[in-house]
Design a protein around this ligand. Structure first.
Ligand SMILES: [Zn+2]
Length: 222
């Protein structure tokens, strides 16, 4: 099936809906301990925003988004979202991965269950994931879903890349403003508050972006 991009007014409206539902879903989780049931949609939307994917039209079979590679090929992606607390992910499982699907990659979007903000995105080729699910006697097969840590062992972290990529580790101690790239001296965040207030306060109040910046999860607005 050919993928039609959503028109601008529809995608602007979707962006607004997601922005409004995120705090509601997070509050619902705090009150009930259960997800509201929008985690999948929020995860798809955030992955598309962060990684510049095209979301597939509703009811597309087998995949949720398309990535256009530089060589012109299209990668079909099944996206799974999981909202987690601060505690370890041990024992947590992904949602059910569709079998025999027309898809090339499985992507796992981990969200903070207190805010539904993105924490990590991982991806793995679909074929070995499917083989793991099909393996006779495997726990994954019995449950129809891979454990998150099991999936991570087969996967590559694609966001945030600075934290994930060994080749970037030498620069890991260098702190730079995620909005303009200004480098702070001495490998610390000292001065980020004054810098942000003088340069980027019209984008967002420093208090509202502080934790995202310091944890490396800040996303530049469109
Ligand atoms: Zn800056």
């Amino acid at each position: 099936m050919e993928v039609n991009a959503l028109d601008d007014s529809a995608s602007a409206r979707i962006k607004k809906i997601i922005a409004e539902v995120k705090p509601l879903a997070a509050e619902y989780y705090r009150l009930t301990g259960k997800p509201l049931g929008v985690t999948g949609e929020v995860a798809e939307y955030l992955a598309a925003q962060i990684l510049n994917l095209d979301l597939a039209p509703a009811r597309t079979d087998g995949y949720d988004a398309i990535r256009h590679e530089k060589n012109g090929s299209k990668v079909r992606i099944q996206i799974k979202g999981r909202a987690l607390g601060e505690s370890a992910t041990r024992g947590q499982r992904m949602g059910t991965i569709k079998r025999n699907a027309a898809c090339d990659i499985v992507m796992l979007v981990l969200l903070d269950n207190a805010t539904l903000d993105p924490r990590e995105i991982w991806e793995a080729p679909y074929r070995p994931v499917e083989e793991r699910l099909a393996a006779p006697g495997s726990k994954a097969r019995g449950r129809g879903a891979l454990g998150i840590s099991e999936f991570k062992r087969m996967a590559t972290q694609v966001w945030p890349v600075e934290m994930a990529h060994p080749s970037n580790m030498s620069g890991a101690s260098e702190k730079a403003c995620p909005e303009c790239g200004y480098k702070f001296k001495g490998g610390t965040w000292g001065g980020i508050d004054a810098h942000w207030r003088s340069r980027h306060e019209r984008i967002a109040a420093y208090e509202s972006v502080r934790s995202a910046i310091l944890s490396g999860r800040y996303i530049r607005p469109e």
